[in-house]
Write a protein that binds this ligand. Structure first.
Ligand SMILES: Nc1nc2c(ncn2[C@@H]2O[C@H](COP(=O)(O)OP(=O)(O)OP(=O)(O)O)[C@@H](O)[C@H]2O)c(=O)[nH]1
Ligand SMILES: [Mg+2]
Length: 496
């Protein structure tokens, strides 16, 4: 039986993405803004409302009926929401920020969010884009934050996952988020999976915060140490996808143009991908119905855990009414739709993918109707032929038959791909290059020191060097994963 997930949203980015995420989940489960449910659509026949119903849909149905006699449902919102005696769903989420505005806006936009599950700084100034400020604040207030997390954990029957939404580049989501990851690992240790949805900063708009490479590096080290799987989202890649995929969509484009600083479009993409990842848990089928099974298919060793996603939500485009399973496989393998910024978006997809080696690959096909197994088979063969796998994997293409929410009217096929591949090396190298440029000139290091002493400066430089070493180690690990003997001999050199 899959367990519950507790969500943590930290900082502006974490809370803004988190808000979209809850709006997405609420719409998929027919939950109104105030948390009240709308009646679950009744199945047409005994086999339920999904013509492609999986072998165990009967089980999940009956299991659900016994656990909640009040409502008939085939889905499992209770894995992400708490269902109260007053018949309302509350996101199982803890909202944290060092300044109140974003959390306040989230609470007023989505009243189902629990105001008692928030932690906002009394001072209200934010962490000033400084990881150390966020980390320090997190350390000083960890008891109060843990209190909120423990309260959520107490409401779970079988807690299996913590997931964090945050930016790696600011102060709160990065620094306070790092502290939270550290204590979660310590407190909940084994058995609970810690995943992060980590948003990496744009390289094109670096002018706003020069020290982003410092913050990113410090956060990366904690992700390396404490997360079990990290979904990497890159703001440049998200912007490109938004422009490419949605360029014909007037509404989204208008929103962007009307407010250049708004992240609405990018956040919708992240929310769609993050929600889709858990689709087989919330609308269970016969495979991948727990986070453990998804993570273990994608993450072969603790260091190789930085995951890339692709998205191809074409069904929402008016000019493109339907693409079939085979087309979806091809779209998802197109590097232009990768959200992690791992690949050059200008190069042709074939040229890029010949350089990238894949460790694991999973395609989600989310549909409201029966899937064509022939088209899926054709798609798998095509993807296998086109994909450059590391030599020690089985070259498998995991396929998740996702079920579209019956609350969503559009029944067209949607899809995401999750992969673990070596292009993450580029993302990390880029951060290291930017970091090297800054640290070479000791630029802005004083903003990370507690005082002006030489010792303190040395401490900060050492702290950065340690983090750099961790990141270099993961880069080396991904490089080594291209070798035939990667799993056999630790000392063997890269075999490229
Ligand atoms: N995709 C996306 N990126 C965001 C969003 N908000 C901020 N960012 C990016 O996140 C980085 C800054 O992180 P923030 O989340 O604003 O910082 P914070 O965690 O609130 O930390 P402080 O404000 O310093 O206390 C920058 O690279 C922004 O471009 C958002 O809603 N969506
Ligand atoms: Mg902030």
């Amino acid at each position: 039986m899959p367990g519950e997930t507790i969500t943590i949203q930290a900082g502006q980015c974490g809370n803004q993405v988190g808000l979209q995420y809850w709006q997405q989940l609420a719409s998929e489960h027919g939950i109104n803004k105030d948390g009240t449910p709308t009646p679950y659509p009744q199945p047409q026949s005994h086999n339920g409302s999904f013509p492609d119903s999986q072998p165990d849909s009967q089980d999940s149905n009956s299991g659900n009926t016994t656990s909640s006699k009040r409502l008939y449902r085939e889905d499992h919102p209770e894995l992400f929401f708490t269902f109260s005696d007053s018949n309302t769903y509350t996101p199982r989420s803890v909202l944290i920020d060092l300044e109140p505005s974003v959390v306040t806006k989230a609470l007023s936009t989505l009243p189902m969010l629990n105001p008692r599950s928030t932690h906002v700084s009394d001072h209200g100034n934010g962490a000033a884009n400084n990881w150390s400020n966020g980390y320090k604040y997190g350390s000083e207030h960890i008891e109060s934050i843990l209190n909120l997390l423990d309260k959520e954990a107490d409401k779970c029957d079988n807690l299996s996952q913590f997931q964090l939404f945050h930016s790696v580049a600011g102060g709160t989501g990065s620094g306070c988020g790092s502290k939270i990851l550290e204590v979660l690992q310590d407190r909940y240790t084994s058995k609970k999976i810690i995943t992060t949805n980590s948003i990496f900063p744009s390289n094109e708009k670096t002018s706003d915060v020069v020290v982003q490479p410092y913050n990113s590096l410090l956060t990366l080290q904690r992700l390396i140490e404490f997360s079990n799987a990290t979904f990497v989202f890159h703001n440049d890649a998200l912007n490109t996808i938004e422009n490419t995929v949605f360029s014909q969509r007037g509404s989204l484009q208008d929103q962007r143009l009307s407010d250049a600083t708004s992240f609405q479009g990018t956040n919708k993409l992240i929310a769609f991908v993050s929600a889709s990842v858990s689709n087989p848990m919330r609308f269970p089928g016969y495979m991948y119905s727990s986070i453990e099974s998804i993570v273990s298919s994608l993450v072969p060793t603790p260091d190789l855990k930085f995951l890339t996603t692709s998205v191809a939500p074409f069904s929402t485009q008016s000019h493109h009414n339907y693409i079939n399973e085979y087309d979806m496989f091809l779209e998802l393998s197109d590097d232009r739709y990768k959200t992690s910024g791992c690949v050059s978006t200008t190069s042709s997809s074939l040229a890029s993918s010949s350089e990238i080696a894949y460790i694991s690959l999973m395609n989600y096909l989310i549909s409201g109707s029966k899937l064509d197994r022939n088209e899926i088979r054709k798609g798998i063969l095509k993807v296998q032929a086109r994909t450059n796998y590391v030599p020690w994997t089985s070259r498998s293409v995991g396929v998740v038959h996702g079920k579209k929410s019956p609350f969503v009217k559009d029944t067209n096929l949607e899809g995401i791909q999750i992969s673990n591949n070596t292009s993450i090396i580029d993302v990390f190298n880029r951060i290291l290059r930017q970091y090297d440029l800054l640290v070479k000139r000791k630029a802005y290091l004083s903003t990370y020191t507690e005082d002006n002493s030489a010792e303190e400066l040395e401490r900060v430089v050492d702290m950065f060097s340690e983090c750099k070493e961790s990141v270099v180690r993961v880069i080396d690990e991904y490089s080594a994963s291209r070798g035939v003997n990667y799993l056999e001999d630790d000392d063997v050199e890269m075999d490229i």
